[in-house]
Design a binder for this molecule. Structure first.
Ligand code: ADP
Length: 271
């Protein structure tokens, strides 16, 4: 009987501990949500207002001065409207992606199909064609790489964000290399550019939501969302993503590692 009491005491203690951990977890999540919310507000006020102001300015000028403007001036103003609308569109798509990650709406695992990564690289390149124009693209992906279990839409988005960055931060006409390799039970995909690379102290932080390397603020427009989306998607699919710098020359390397699915047991054939 005393043994039973002791067991009950132990169990009660264990339950209390679990509650404590749960409470801490909840508190931590609230802090993170609060931080995300205020970061979102700051970013929205800047990233939505800036292109909107440009669109309103260009459209207003067009409306008011159309008769006095020559064709080239009109085309330039319209170009601004289109470019800035695209920027807005991309930012909103990024925000939606982030929300999906934050809310855990991205579920993966068994329902995902098997895909050849070279196909997804192809479709990502097609989508990124406008941004990568002028760049040399070297694709080195063996045709016998094992199939991966992934969501092709999410995976394409990750590659698109990485290609967008490679084209954005590296000089025009520089080469972008996409290399795939099988390494034991993993497929490793690398996207390399010939830009300035990433300072060693920022290699981990570039995946934080809204984080940007200080210098790139002045060089290129951006939101600091792209890479955190990449990490959220890749981890949701059971892989990892990391940033590094090339050793053969200046440039950044992004490495995605995805597990090769193990052979499925023959469930529907019991003997
Ligand atoms: P954004 O590009 O919109 O700022 P990202 O999350 O995609 O946001 O990237 C975060 C930061 O990481 C960028 O601001 C930039 O400083 C750095 N970065 C990302 N990709 C590269 C790259 N290929 N070369 C150099 N720096 C990069």
């Amino acid at each position: 009987r005393r043994l039973l009491d002791a067991l009950i005491d132990q169990a009660a203690l264990a339950i209390e501990r679990v509650h404590l951990v749960e409470d801490m977890d909840r508190a931590q999540r609230t802090i993170e949500t609060d931080r995300l919310r205020s970061a979102l507000l700051t970013s929205i006020s800047h990233d939505l207002k800036t292109p909107l102001a440009a669109i309103m300015g260009a459209a207003g000028t067009l409306k008011e001065f159309a008769p006095a403007l020559d064709d080239q001036a009109k085309a330039e103003l319209l170009g601004t409207v289109i470019d800035e609308s695209e920027r807005l569109n991309r930012f909103i798509a990024n925000l939606l992606d982030m929300t999906r990650i934050e809310s855990g709406a991205i579920s993966t695992e068994p329902q995902l199909g098997l895909h050849y990564v070279g196909d997804i690289v192809g479709s990502a390149l097609k989508r990124a064609r406008k941004m990568t124009v002028g760049h040399e693209i070297d694709i080195d992906i063996p045709s016998d790489l094992p199939m991966l279990r992934l969501d092709p839409v999410l995976f394409e988005q990750v590659l698109f964000n990485l290609l967008d960055n490679a084209a954005k931060y590296a000089p025009a006409e520089s080469a972008i290399v996409i290399r795939g390799r099988e390494n034991e039970d993993f497929v490793v995909l690398q996207i390399m550019d010939e830009g300035p690379g990433i300072p060693p102290q920022d290699l981990e932080r570039v995946f934080d939501t809204f984080y940007r390397v200080a210098k790139s603020d002045q060089v290129r427009a951006g939101t600091g969302l792209g890479l955190s989306i990449c990490r959220g998607f890749i981890e949701a699919m059971g892989g990892t993503i990391s940033a590094g710098n090339r050793t053969d020359r200046s440039g950044a390397v992004f490495t995605i590692t995805m597990p090769v699915p193990s052979e499925e047991p023959f469930l529907d054939n019991p003997t």
